[in-house]
Design a protein around this ligand. Structure first.
Ligand code: 5GP
Length: 200
C-alpha cells in the first residue's frame, strides 16, 4: 500500500496571524505558544523605534532604514510593508529553516503582509483575529495608555480598513476569550496538517 501520509504537506506550516492593533494578537500568541508544542513565532524586523517595554530580538529585530533596505535588496525578506510610516519585514531564512524541520512558524503581520506571503508561499495559512466589536477594540486601545488620542483615531480608522481585508483570509477567529481563541487556532492548524495537498 502506498504511504498515505505522503498526501499531506511535508514540513511545517507558515501561519499568518493578522488583526487590527489592540485586538490582542500578542496576548493570544503568547498563550498559544505556551500551550502548543511544535510552533514558533517569527521575530520580524522594523525600523520603528522600540516602545519602553520592548526588547530587541524578542519583540522585534529593531534595524536602521539602511539595514532594512540592505535586507530587502539582498532578498532576505519574505515580505515587507510600510505601516504607520515605518518599515516592517519578515526574515525569510528563519521561516525556511523552521518549516523544513517540521515546525509551524507564526507570522504576526499586517494584512498587506499576509497577502504578500500568500503570493510568495501559496501554502501559507492566513488567519484573521477580530475583536468582538469596534467598541471593545477602542476600549482596549485606550486601556494600553501608550497611545495619544490622534494615534488611537488613526489606529481605529486603520482597523476598519483591515477588517475589510479579512475576506482575503482563510479563517476568522474572534478574540473574546483567549483560551477559546487559542483552541480555535489549534483546530485550524490541525485541520491544515490533515489537508491533502494536490499538485497544481
Ligand atoms: P506595531 O508597530 O504596533 O508593533 O505593529 C504595527 C503593525 O505592523 C501590526 O499590524 C503588526 O502586525 C505589523 N507587522 C509587524 N511586523 C510585520 C512584518 O514583518 N511585516 C508586515 N507586513 N507587518 C508587520
Amino acid at each position: 500500500m502506498t504511504e498515505l501520509r505522503t498526501l499531506n504537506r511535508p514540513g511545517g506550516l507558515i501561519v499568518v496571524l493578522s488583526g487590527p492593533s489592540g485586538v490582542g494578537k500578542d496576548t493570544l500568541l503568547q498563550h498559544f505558544l505556551n500551550t502548543t508544542p511544535g510552533c514558533v513565532r517569527l521575530v520580524t524586523c522594523t525600523t520603528r523605534p522600540p516602545r519602553p517595554d520592548e526588547r530587541d530580538g524578542v519583540d522585534y529585530q529593531f534595524v536602521s532604514v539602511e539595514e532594512f533596505r540592505r535586507m530587502q535588496e539582498a532578498g532576505e525578506l519574505l515580505e515587507s510593508a510600510e505601516v504607520f510610516g515605518h518599515h516592517y519585514g519578515s526574515p525569510r531564512k528563519f521561516v525556511e529553516e523552521k518549516t523544513a524541520k517540521g515546525l509551524d512558524v507564526i507570522l504576526r503581520i499586517d494584512v498587506q503582509g499576509g497577502v504578500s506571503v500568500r503570493k510568495a508561499a501559496p501554502g501559507a495559512v492566513l488567519v484573521f483575529l477580530a475583536p468582538p466589536s469596534f467598541e471593545e477594540l477602542e476600549r482596549r486601545l485606550r486601556g494600553r495608555n501608550t497611545e495619544t488620542d490622534a494615534s488611537i483615531a488613526r489606529r481605529l480608522a486603520e482597523a476598519r480598513r483591515e477588517m475589510e481585508a479579512a475576506s482575503e483570509y482563510d479563517y476568522l477567529i474572534v478574540h473574546d476569550s483567549t483560551e477559546r481563541a487559542a483552541e480555535d487556532l489549534r483546530a485550524v492548524l490541525r485541520a491544515e496538517h490533515l489537508r491533502i495537498v494536490r499538485a497544481s
